[in-house]
Write a protein that binds this ligand. Structure first.
Ligand code: CAO
Length: 424
């Protein structure tokens, strides 16, 4: 028994934001039916191809545990099949460019008419307003959502982060909206429209930066390194390099091997409560009680000197040794892990966050499993579907087409050239 068993998702998503949402729902047990354009499919199938002829990792890593039906939703028979799918499913998820569903003839009003219990969930770049018609990709959302202006170093340009907060972040927001709407439907009996704009999702994740924007009115932001360096603040929250977002100063420091290894670094937080432990570890016992060093406010204008001294120590240790020494002393540190180290991590493999997946075209590949663990709804990651792999299965088993009716749908060209069902 899985948490979302029995829930049918009509998955009209593509690229990254929408697919990450429906992949999560599939991992929680929903039956996710991915609708793709015949012969073409989700554009990511053929983007960043590493194994010629096979679906790309871009596609496979975002579309596990789903079924795929090829369906031309602009063809008359295709529209009929889509109407049947809308009647049958609990949720329709889409992240088309604004207006694309309306242009297909499936406005929210029409969808509700077909199935008043359906939840229609959309990712768009922007919410209602002057930019609502824009097509949006990850980095545009990061820039418009406040992430880029607050990321990077004070003396450099805005920087986008490698974490896909605009795409995968919005997928998470949308998934929460969907399960919440399903919960409400239990009582109301009605479906509803769920919208997760990418800009809004990024703004939500930048909440603390908007907190700091308002704190500026009360004076400079003392926990920012630029305060200690005597650099004036402007009118907006500045880029803070690797400063920690909370009140405890933190930096990224070099570790043993940094000259050749781009990830031989550790994060190090000078947590006030363990200041004396830090002084002991780095051999700066004189700072424990010294005037100008003993309390957090006194240290603010000396952070460069303090972190410089700590770094002299971290450079004598590997990032893992730093972790092993500091953890028992409650000094918060964290190794900068490379993607390679993460993929090789035994612990992450044991918990199913990193998994090996078998694929008929690719062989074995590594993927990220479900990052959310439910004790009563275990996740088994299965491979992404080939394009149209389940067309016949969905037409017959989900929609009940058979005999002449099934042949007519196939002959209409609305569903490409379906592969035979596995059992046939
Ligand atoms: N059958 C027939 N037509 C189909 C179809 C199907 N099964 N699936 C898609 N199409 C059509 C659409 O109807 C649309 O046609 P029109 O332009 O005539 O309306 C066309 O294919 C292209 O769809 P699109 O506009 O969504 O795709 P795009 O490549 O032009 O834009 C993107 C891509 C991502 C910029 C846009 O979809 C978008 O802004 N989405 C919302 C924001 C978003 O999710 N961005 C994140 C992308 S990365 O995760």
């Amino acid at each position: 028994m899985k948490a979302l068993e029995g829930v049918k998702i009509l998955d009209f998503t593509h690229v990254q934001s929408g697919p990450t949402c429906t992949q999560l729902l599939a991992w929680f047990g929903a039956d996710v039916i991915k609708v793709e354009r015949p012969g073409v499919g989700d554009a990511t199938r053929k983007q960043l191809v590493d194994v010629p002829g096979a679906d790309s990792l871009y596609f496979t890593m975002l579309n596990h545990n789903k079924r795929s039906i090829e369906l031309n939703s602009k063809n008359e028979t295709g529209k009929e099949v889509l109407t049947r799918l809308i009647e049958t499913c609990d949720v329709l998820v889409e992240n088309f460019a604004p207006g694309a569903l309306d242009r297909m003839g499936f406005s929210w009003e029409r969808i509700q008419e077909i199935n008043p219990r359906i939840i229609m969930a959309s990712v768009k770049g922007f919410g209602p307003g002057k930019y609502e018609d824009c097509k949006v990709y990850e980095n545009v959302a990061q820039c418009a959502g406040g992430a880029a202006s607050t990321t990077g170093f004070l003396d450099g340009p805005p920087v986008v982060t490698g974490a896909q907060i605009g795409d995968s972040g919005t997928g998470l927001h949308l998934a929460l909206g969907i399960v919440t709407a399903l919960f409400q439907r239990e009582k109301s009996g009605r479906g509803q429209k769920v919208l997760a704009p990418m800009q809004d999702g990024v703004i939500n994740l930048c909440r603390v930066k908007l907190r700091d924007q308002q704190r500026l009115a009360a004076g400079p932001l003392k926990e920012y390194s630029q305060f200690g360096e005597g650099i004036e603040f402007g009118e907006a929250t500045p880029r803070a390099g690797n400063d920690s977002g909370g009140g405890q100063p933190g930096r990224i420091l070099k570790c043993k091997g940094w000259e050749t290894d781009p990830n031989a670094y550790t994060y190090f937080i000078t947590q006030a409560a363990v200041w004396k432990n830090i002084c002991d570890v780095i051999g700066a016992e004189e700072w424990k009680e010294a005037e100008g060093y003993a309390t957090p406010p006194e240290r603010l204008d000396k952070l460069n000197e303090i972190f410089g001294r700590i770094e002299e120590w971290t450079m004598t240790k590997t990032k893992f040794e730093v972790m092993d020494i500091c953890n028992p002393l409650n000094i918060p540190v964290g190794p900068i892990l490379s993607t390679k180290e993460i993929m090789d991590d035994d612990g992450l493999r044991k918990t199913g966050t990193i998994v090996d997946v078998e694929h008929p075209e690719r062989g074995t590949y590594v993927s990220v499993g479900c990052p959310i663990k439910l004790s009563d709804s275990p996740v088994e990651v299965t491979r992404s579907p080939l394009l149209g792999e389940h067309t016949t299965e969905i037409l017959s088993e989900v929609l009940g087409y058979s005999g002449d009716q099934l042949d007519e749908v196939i002959a209409s060209g609305a569903v490409g050239t379906p592969k035979p069902m596995a059992a046939e």
